[in-house]
Write a protein that binds this ligand. Structure first.
Ligand SMILES: [Ca+2]
Length: 362
């Protein structure tokens, strides 16, 4: 199938692997909120896919992070934060809160606090979607028992990719500033990653922050263009598919029931987010970021087209993701000479939601 061959050449059986590791959902020793840091570590094996999660938690980021943490065949080796759904101070604090609550071992490194070009359009945090604290106004303790890695996010990305050449997939679900900074400082990492999966873009549909642009791209259009045109394989999971994957309140409640305390935290912090999407005319909350994670583990649930992608970096279309389909002839242009990437254009939404349930089930 077109899509994630470059990411996923050796282990198609992985898509079927849903071994559950018996993590402590719902048990008294498995606190939802702050308290002593927990350590719940999966048994590792050589077939696991090493993932760095670049994120701006972010309500839907939280579900995606839990999915990666819980998935039996994912080895989450790093979490890097960026601005977007809230300030990077808030998103880093939120990522650390989730690390403490869920006990994942991966280091959390703080990343960019603004776009590559500081003069780019300033943005207001989407408090009407992700709350004033980025986690749906869910109470997050000011003091935590876990701390951020000393390195900036882009340095952690560089170090981990170089430490595991050919093995690491970057899953980026916020502004792509950290990835662009890593590429600028260490161009060699483009040839060392296994692949890149992003939540971002609106290829054949309208955007969600302007008619042309999806928020993660619009928030740092220059960085997104760097990511799309680097010599690495990108799989883009954009609004063309994510807006079709809606989890209603019954589905969220079921997730909390079968997923124990860890999933209950997702249910609790997602309530205002569900309200926002219901009021916007959706059937439930749109699980944008988790779709990118599922494209990594279950690529067969998506349909892809192949295209070189450039991002408009100025004018009214700033942040627009424009594909040049593979095989179509045009005159010479700035789309030429770049890697042909994979763009999701179709999704089996019911199967995606079922996969989330299966992965979070304890
Ligand atoms: Ca996000």
């Amino acid at each position: 199938m077109p899509g994630l061959e470059a990411l996923w050449p050796a282990t198609p059986a992985m898509a079927l692997a849903v071994m559950k590791m018996g993590q402590c959902g719902g048990a008294p020793a498995c606190p939802v909120a702050a308290g002593a840091p927990r350590t719940t570590r999966k048994k590792k094996n050589n077939n696991m896919l090493k993932v760095i999660f670049d994120t701006d938690p972010g309500v839907d980021d939280a579900l995606a992070l839990l999915y990666l943490h819980k998935h039996a065949q994912i080895d989450l080796i790093g979490v890097t934060t960026t601005f977007g759904n809230a300030s990077v101070e808030s998103t880093t604090h939120n990522a650390l809160y989730l690390k403490q609550a869920w006990g994942f071992a991966a280091p959390v490194a703080r990343g960019a606090d603004g776009p590559l070009q500081p003069e780019a359009t300033p943005e207001a945090w989407p408090v009407h979607i992700h709350g004033h604290n980025g986690l749906g106004n869910h109470p997050v303790p000011a003091s935590l028992d876990v701390a951020a890695d000393a390195r900036p996010a882009h340095q952690l990305i560089i170090d981990l990719v170089r430490a595991h050449p050919g093995e690491v997939t970057l899953v980026a679900v916020g502004r792509m500033t950290n990835l662009a900074l890593a590429l600028q400082q260490a161009p060699d990492i483009a040839g060392l990653v296994r692949g890149v999966v992003i939540m971002g873009g609106a290829f054949h549909v309208n955007g969600n922050i302007t008619p042309a642009a999806e928020a993660n791209i619009w928030g740092d259009a220059e960085a997104a263009d760097v990511v799309f045109t680097a010599s690495w394989p990108v799989t883009a999971i954009g609004l063309d598919v994510t807006t079709r994957v809606e989890m209603d309140r019954d589905g969220l409640n079921k997730l909390a029931t079968i997923g124990g305390a860890d999933a209950e935290l997702v249910r609790a912090l997602s309530q205002d987010y569900v309200d926002f999407y219901l009021q916007a005319g959706h059937k439930g909350m749109v699980v944008h970021d988790c779709c990118a994670c599922i494209a990594l583990t279950r690529p067969e649930l998506f349909q892809f087209e192949r295209a070189s992608v450039r991002v408009a970096t100025d004018g009214v279309a700033r942040g627009m993701t424009i594909p040049k389909p593979e095989g179509l002839a045009f005159g010479p242009s700035v789309w030429d000479g770049h890697v042909v990437q994979s763009i999701a254009i179709g999704v089996d939404a019911a199967a995606v939601l079922a996969d989330i349930e299966q992965t979070l089930k304890v």
